[in-house]
Design a protein around this ligand. Sequence first.
Ligand code: TYM
Length: 329
Amino acid sequence: MERMLSGIKPTGQVTLGNYIGAIKNFLKYQDEYELFIFIANLHAITVFQDKLELKKNTKDIAALYLACGLDPKKVTLFIQTDILEHANLSFVLNCFTYMGELNRMTQYKDKSQKLGESSINVGLFTYPDLMAADILLYDPKYIPVGDDQKQHVELTRDIASRVNNRLGNVFVIPEPLIPENGARIMSLSDPSKKMSKSDESNDKGCIYLLDDPDVAKKKIMSAVTDSDAKIFFDRENKPGISNLLEIYSSLTDISIKDLEKKYSNSNYGEFKKDLANIVKNFLIDIQSKYKNVLDSKIIEDVLESGAQKARLIASKKLNKIYKKLGLAS
Ligand code: TYM
């Protein structure tokens, strides 16, 4: 089986965008690939986190992964800080990355434009190197992520090739795997922006998997749409309705074409009401599974056995690189 790896950062709650762009795809991959999934808690502290909230969010992500259907017998699930090699390799990769490359990363550029370069911490700047370390320690072939992470995986490929050229073949060059549908779920209140858990100013635009299902229903009902009342997919001219069609299609596995047919004679209100109920029922189901996972108290064991397996692979890889660099004998 080929290996695949991905992760989610525990900043705030898991969103419907995270589910559609990432978690949902992990479910189908767990039968076809050797899947490694982790919780990127070091990445989280690039923005200041309350320590109790960070702990809770970390545990919640693990519980939600399982509630969504990840099977711990098939998937290696672990927390980034349980494997010290991530931070170690990250420093090594800093030494193989140019400032210009990190300066060009869209997420960094957006944040530094918003906040000013001098108030951005260095951890945020070197964030892509930590992500490259997360990936390269395990030699995965594929990295399933939403659209916003593609550039980071591409940088990882460049760094891996550079290290391979200098040190001999140490890394597998990974490929990003972006879903055809749902790679970029947009904010419900501003469909020109990504649905994001870090956008605290915009709670209405974002559905969280642990939202009260009735609140989520209201968020769908009040989602921004355009003035023409026809329901069809046109991301450029009808970004609001196209986003809702994408959410609907992802949660039901009905194609967008079939949804356009189904709603060809309906108005926005009817369409939104159906979608609001679909989202509400989806959340009710996930939340009851999430509660069962928490009650069963299996998370610690799952994370511990995941960490043991991951640590073995990561420590071998780091040791190999340290030897090549003259840092270990
Ligand atoms: P994070 O936590 O921001 O997002 C986790 C995953 O969810 C996807 N995603 C979305 N997909 C569709 N629509 C959206 N609105 C949306 N918002 C988020 C992301 O693309 C991602 O796949 N740096 C990463 C975590 C990470 C990682 C890694 C991922 C750290 N190391 C190594 C892969 C491999 C991040 O912040 O994702």
